[in-house]
Design a binder for this molecule. Structure first.
Ligand SMILES: *Cc1c(COP(=O)(O)O)cnc(C)c1O
Ligand code: SF4
Length: 468
């Protein structure tokens, strides 16, 4: 390898010159619930409920989120509190009671663990059969762990050191990756396997690092994945996207954290060498953009030449209000961030608590769009990341006397499906693609047979017995 790796350590004087104070990262998990002082304002019943829910669903929050993002005078309705702290409604009554009874009775750890395991397995942690259908295969048909290659141009990579986040979102469908269940993990420690795969796939232009949050990784680990991509053999990789919520949950990662300066340098080097670095920032609420640290971090990332694009799901109790989206998009544009995706939340464990009907998602999107200038209208959606592809709800209308949803693929397993309008019978309760039926009495979607064939071929190609 001829790539020159610039030393990653920086002179202390250089840090001082940047004027970034070191802020320690202080994190709380389920075991530390009692020591979060701010929670003392809640009554004991509410604290017990949190304990029950966080026994099942992952919980992790840090001091920055507690001090700067949550308005404790508005708890429990505060959106960032809903985003990060467990709420009773996030578990089905039956699941809640099962675990609560054991905790109340002081059951032993093994009994609780077994009950929790059983509940977790009932929560459908891998929607859209992504395990079976998206993992690429090597030449011999072995699955490549820690990667997904679903759309021709883009490979997703899950670095094993990035399988956690600075705080956890209560609605997150990736929770299975955080709770230590090996069988459910999608992760990789294999930079080499990644590079080998990309070498042999010239059709791939985009590499997307995801997690968890790759920005929890030490900079030197991130560099080990990124820097080899500057070799000429990876010229086809134009864009490196890094999906992250660190700009929201821990902006000091880009400011005064231990290896923040090295990270900034790494991004600079990648940009200078001709790669497009896209920081795919996950935002749910304008509040996350409204602190001094958040804005300083955004400026610093942008100063490297990286582009920040924003995406996030629509979530009941957090942002199901057009005013919240309009304000967030405006603030993003003001800060130089490009709004990218408006997602419909997928089928997660706490679905009943968070879901918003598709028709309401469209109304919220539309009403928010109407309030912003064209530069903020680059957020596409509402988009469902379903197994056949990303399906956008374009609107509700009436055609030949039938009320319908107008849909289209933003991305499809077959690129030929992209941008073709199709129609579903209107259903005011539907919250996901699989609740919808084709309009005009048609029996099938235009893509249905092809999708079934792709699915079958894909499952047959995988190693026998490993898509159970
Ligand atoms: C959204 C998504 C991508 C990226 O699609 P773009 O349209 O390029 O943003 C890639 N892979 C998967 C699995 C996705 O869900
Ligand atoms: S930051 Fe992303 S991966 Fe992490 S918990 Fe939130 S949604 Fe999930």
């Amino acid at each position: 390898m001829s790539v020159r790796i610039t030393p990653l350590t920086m002179q202390p004087s250089a840090r001082a010159a940047l004027g970034q104070p070191r802020v320690p990262f202080k994190v709380y998990t389920q075991r530390d619930l009692e020591s979060i002082e701010a929670l003392n304002r809640l009554d004991e019943a509410a604290r017990f409920e949190m304990k029950v829910v966080s026994t099942v669903l992952p919980f992790r929050v840090n001091q920055y989120v507690i001090d700067e993002l949550i308005d404790w005078t508005r708890v429990p309705d505060d959106p960032i509190f809903q985003l990060t702290f467990p709420q009773r409604g996030m578990l089905a009554e039956e699941h809640f009671e099962r675990v609560a009874a054991l905790l109340r009775a002081g059951a032993d750890k093994a009994t609780i663990d077994a009950a929790v395991d059983a509940v977790r397995h009932e929560l459908n942690p891998h929607p859209a059969d992504q395990m079976a259908m998206n993992m690429p295969l090597d030449e011999e048909g072995h699955r490549l762990d820690g990667m997904q290659h679903k759309y021709r141009e883009t490979v997703l990579f899950f670095p094993s050191q990035g399988q956690t986040c600075h705080s956890y979102c209560t609605f997150c469908f990736r929770w299975a990756q955080f709770v230590g269940d090996k069988e459910l993990r999608i992760a990789s420690s294999e930079a080499q396997a990644l590079h080998q795969y990309l070498r042999t796939h010239p059709e791939v232009t985009d590499l997307l690092f995801t997690g968890g949050d790759p920005m929890v990784m030490k900079t030197k680990h991130l560099a080990a994945y990124l820097e080899p991509l500057l070799e000429p053999e990876f010229d086809h990789i134009q864009t490196i996207r890094i999906g992250t919520k660190a700009l929201s949950f821990w902006p000091h990662r880009f400011l005064g954290a231990e290896d923040a300066d090295d990270l900034v340098r790494l991004l600079e080097r990648m940009v200078e060498a001709g790669k497009h670095i896209a920081v795919m920032a996950h935002y749910n609420h304008w509040k996350e953009l409204d602190t001094d640290a958040a804005q300083a971090a955004i400026r610093r990332v942008r100063s490297t030449g990286a582009v920040i694009r924003a995406q996030g799901p629509l979530i009941a109790h957090i942002n199901d209000d057009p005013a919240v989206w309009a304000k967030m998009w405006k603030l993003q544009v003001r800060l130089g961030i490009v709004p990218y995706y408006f997602f419909v939340e997928r089928d997660t464990g706490a679905r009943n608590y968070f879901e918003v009907p598709l028709v309401r998602a469209w109304e919220i999107y539309r009403e928010a769009m109407q309030q912003v200038s064209g530069l903020a209208r680059t957020a596409r959606g509402p988009s469902m990341s379903a197994s056949p592809g990303k399906v956008e709800i374009q609107g509700v209308t009436e055609i030949a006397g039938e009320k319908v949803f107008v849909l289209r693929f933003i991305q499809g397993r077959n690129p030929d499906w992209v941008q073709r309008p199709f129609f579903a019978r209107f259903d005011e309760k539907a919250t996901w693609l699989d609740h919808l039926k084709p309009a005009f009495g048609e029996e099938k979607w235009f893509w249905e047979d092809e999708y079934a064939a792709i699915r079958e071929a894909r499952l047959a190609a995988a190693e026998p017995g490993d898509h159970a």
